[in-house]
Design a binder for this molecule. Structure first.
Ligand code: BEZ
Length: 232
């Protein structure tokens, strides 16, 4: 029986886990940091290996955003260790983050990661969790499609900028097709503020206003994301 899926805006459930780096308590051990928890169907599978290579290649970039990575699958710690040894030996890539071992699916069940398509293997899920332990984003990908790690990095960066300036981020920020690196002013909640928006900001309409954030902040984000995408 699949468990209830934790939702955006909820506190990440408190779970004690065994990982390739020892025991950890989520989200308590990551208090004050962001973390990206991602599940994969199984160790020693090709798409998952390409994802681990890609996550490991962006590890330092996530660190720069005060963000830790945590893997998870329904494999044993023994299997995780052998697989990351293989990745190091054959592909020359160190996997520096812990991987949760969940051989009986207890953690996966709690997080809603066992879906109908393959109830014995975790789907490719991503939880982005903030320094208060609150779930800020959830992604699901099917087994046959590897994730875009640059997008996950962009999501963390954009969420951090959203928090800092209390704004919403447009599609493809910082390279939006309509408003470039500008950001969206949060919706007006009264008739008065709706009218004020039109005087205060640049607007397509009272419900669609946008503004600049400091130029250097948007530029730093663009350079950071472009460099990370090129590194591989
Ligand atoms: C893979 O990682 O290659 C994979 C895993 C499960 C199903 C299909 C592909």
């Amino acid at each position: 029986m699949p468990g209830m899926i934790p939702l955006i805006g909820e506190k990440f459930p408190r779970i004690e886990v065994d990982t390739s780096h020892g025991k950890k308590v989520l989200p308590d051990d990551y208090q004050g940091k962001w973390f990206v928890l991602f599940s994969h169907p199984a160790d020693f599978t090709p798409v998952c290996t390409t994802e681990f290579y890609a996550f490991a290649s962006r590890y330092e970039d996530f660190k720069k955003l005060n963000t830790e990575l945590i893997g998870l699958s329904v494999d044993s710690t023994y299997s995780h260790i052998k697989w990351i040894e293989w990745i190091k030996e054959k592909l020359g890539k160190e996997v520096p983050f812990p991987i949760i071992a969940d051989p009986v699916g207890q953690v996966s069940n709690k997080l809603g990661l066992l879906h109908a398509a393959s109830a014995t293997h975790t789907v490719r899920a991503v939880f982005i969790v903030d320094p208060q332990g609150v779930i800020r984003a959830i992604l699901y990908y099917p087994a046959e499609l590897g994730r875009n790690i640059d997008e996950i990095l962009r999501m963390v960066k954009a969420l951090q900028v959203s928090d800092k300036y209390k704004v919403a981020m447009p599609a493809n920020w910082p390279n939006n097709e309509l408003i470039g690196e500008r950001v969206i002013v949060l919706p007006a909640s009264t008739v008065q503020t709706a009218a004020e928006r039109l005087k205060q900001y640049t607007c397509y309409d009272w419900w669609f206003c946008h503004k600049e954030i400091p130029k250097e902040e948007a530029e730093e984000a663009r350079v950071f994301l472009e460099r990370a995408a090129k590194k591989k």
